[in-house]
Design a protein around this ligand. Sequence first.
Ligand code: ADP
Length: 603
Amino acid sequence: MNEVKKPRKPLISYYVIVLLVLLIFNFITMPWLMQRQVQQVDYGTFIEMAQNQELGQVEVQQQENQILFTNKENTAIYKTGMMPDPDLTQRLADSGAEFSGEIVEQMSPLLSFLLTWVLPMVIFVAIGQLMYKRMMKNAGGPNAMMFGKSNAKVYVKSSEGIKFADVAGEDEAKENLTEIVDYLHNPDKYKEVGAAMPKGLLLVGPPGTGKTMLAKAVAGEANVPFFSMSGSEFVEMFVGMGAAKVRDLFKQAKEKAPCIVFIDEIDAIGKKREGQIGGNDEREQTLNQLLTEMDGFEENSGVILLAATNRPESLDPALTRPGRFDRRVPVELPDLKGREAILKVHAKKIKVGPDVDFSKVARMASGASGAELANIINEAALRAVRDGRKAVVQADLEESIEIVIAGYQKKNAILTDKEKKIVSYHEIGHALVAAMQSHSAPVQKITIVPRTSGALGYTMQVEEGEHYLMSKEEIENKVATLTGGRAAEEVVFGSVTTGASNDIEQATKLSRAMITRYGMSEEFDMVAMETVTNQYLGGDASLACSAETQTQIDRQVVELVKKQHEKARKILTENRQKLDELAAYLYEKETITGEEFMSILDA
Ligand code: ADP
């Protein structure tokens, strides 16, 4: 049971330190202090002081064979060795000093030992115990008695609890969870028909889409206790501890039923068990315990298990089978309507000016998660305060979207004149290519103010409405738009710069996806050459084809990008005059809106 002893270690070292302090104090400091106080003088000085009547108090210590005495003012203590002096008593009497034999009774050795050793020890032990108890209480952590407790946070029903109304969008997920709430309110209705509630619900989706919020909202609506723990909290250093925690969590939950148990990031314990030797014993035991516990509680017992993850594909199949987590609730990134709703929910907390158009902001923030939208609102509020305004205006929101996309404006970045010109042409190149192609989102804003992300400028395109499908032409146009910046540099300056690295990366990614995943190449038809591994976390793809095919894919990607690059160059050469005009305007203004851009283009 060395796990039990472990937390006690700090206490033992505390006692060792106390003992050392006592040793030093009793054997070194005390005698040193005593010696410092008492001055040693010779017997002659004593006689002289006696004759001059300079003695105050005198104590003759026969046993120690010494005389302790003070001066008249009692400000200094002296010590001298005893001499065979028959006239000592007479001499002292003549000197007018107060004198005696030993005044201080030698303390009994037992009492002295008690006072100098035992008493301080007792005091320190008491302090130590007190400190230890307080430490344990604060940490809520292990001690010998409560070892392996789950320390799950219990959110008991409270008036400030999150409700479904606080979670905007996510209607499908809410619909799914409303049933759970209804069941917790009214279990008999379900029991009558013989319907069994799912034991577990798995909320899956990208980070920041409101999974935790939804789980809390279920508890808030149902008005039942809510136990919340993160998957990683179960993982301990010692084998068996995590399992003990799972056991304890379910024990507590059953006592409090009806209730909701929420395990965030369940992939930390629920990862697929693989047959490799030397696997993670602790994690497997914890998972096994969780599986057993889930089998163990009766259907309709009133304990509902909710779990969240953004890596559902990594979960053990035993965990996701019916009877355990039987229901999977997707919590996807919000669509246009959802984004607008989320913005409005969070905007309730801040003061908003009359010109704010949430639907436009939602359109601009395409692909943002709920957490990012909440962040955008807060950034806008901070910007309003910084500018000394009392309410948030549209410009604050638009700027904060740009902050989230591209970082803050770089105040002290100074571009040379030539660089600024190149950046202007580069950005107008993107915008012009986009505008000249049909099936391309309209330009919203062009800016050449450098950002902290390293972007020297950017062109923002915003779709009018929600877009679920993309045609081959649209993707090709997008690639052409991405190459437009570099094409403008070539057309105007006849040389190229490093400014296009991000464009290149994106254009390549899109073209590759067209060929390997969307079946948009003639040669490979509808064969998947890539599989997406982490759907909710960036969507990394891994190639699943032979080396020869890879070579062919690479060749085709190059061809595709080249073709679009050529197209962009053609568009810009044909519109050279507009390109110059627009670039000069952007160079001067640094930021122009989509309307300004279009009015010059159409002029
Ligand atoms: P997840 O658990 O999915 O990673 P959270 O539930 O912790 O995300 O959400 C993080 C924050 O994002 C919440 O505190 C909330 O402010 C905001 N948020 C996310 N989704 C929504 C939503 N649908 N409605 C309102 N706020 C949301």
